[in-house]
Design a protein around this ligand. Structure first.
Ligand SMILES: C[S@@+](CC[C@H](N)C(=O)[O-])C[C@H]1O[C@@H](n2cnc3c(N)ncnc32)[C@H](O)[C@@H]1O
Length: 197
């Protein structure tokens, strides 16, 4: 099996098991940004079964630190990376992101960050990167148009209100100086360039 076939199988198995993985468009953006920025180190929040970490590791020669709180998913991820021959460059950390982010990133700087974990922690993770982001780092936030409800100013349904309101505030924050953010609404991705922080 080629690497592409192994990746496709991992993607399809995850979908069949209702495990959320980044879609084709998001994978394309990740590849493109990895090739463009050629980061030495990548941080990912939300590993799931290792699909997006593999996409990034295969697109550049970076070391990848990735965090997830689901031990079973991390075991599946490690199997995938081994099969792809990239397990030596991907370092998985198991735990709640807010509890372990400090320890994982201690003394390290990242050229690319992919935020694809709990929405309630996006702002916390983003702010944490101050001091851990290389100059000209790129921070990619996934699923920012949660259920298509974030774009515009419509009043969200009661049960999604907190997530939608907080996501709108997050996008406003990352779109103002010193950050430059492009929001791809259709794909639900925000790409932020960090110049000076
Ligand atoms: C959308 S999935 C990640 C998909 C993955 N990036 C991909 O595209 O292949 C989100 C992951 O975040 C993890 N997660 C949710 N809350 C978390 C938390 N508080 N700390 C760490 N991981 C968390 C979930 O277990 C889940 O696997």
């Amino acid at each position: 099996m080629s690497k592409e076939e192994i990746l496709l199988r991992a993607y399809e198995n995850a979908k069949a098991a209702f495990i959320p993985v980044c879609d084709e468009e998001c994978a394309r953006v990740l590849r493109e940004q990895c090739e463009k920025t050629a980061p030495e180190r990548i941080l990912e929040i939300g590993t799931a079964v290792g699909y997006s970490a593999a996409v990034m590791a295969l697109a550049c020669g970076a070391q990848v630190d990735t965090i997830d709180m689901d031990e079973e998913r991390l075991l599946a991820a490690q199997k995938l990376w081994k099969e792809l021959g990239i397990s030596g460059r991907i370092h998985a950390f198991c735990g709640d992101v807010k509890a372990i982010l400090e320890q994982v990133t201690h003394g390290k700087k990242y050229g690319l960050v992919f935020i694809d974990g709990p929405k309630s922690a996006y702002r916390y993770i983003f702010d944490h990167m101050k001091g851990h982001a290389e100059e000209n780092a790129v921070i990619i936030s996934d699923d920012v148009n949660y259920l298509g409800l974030v774009q515009g100013e419509g009043y969200p349904p009661h049960k999604h209100r907190t997530i939608v309101v907080n996501m709108r505030k997050y996008l406003e924050y990352i779109s103002a100086p010193p950050f430059e953010t492009s929001i791809f609404w259709e794909d639900g991705i925000a790409v932020t360039k960090v110049k000076k922080w």
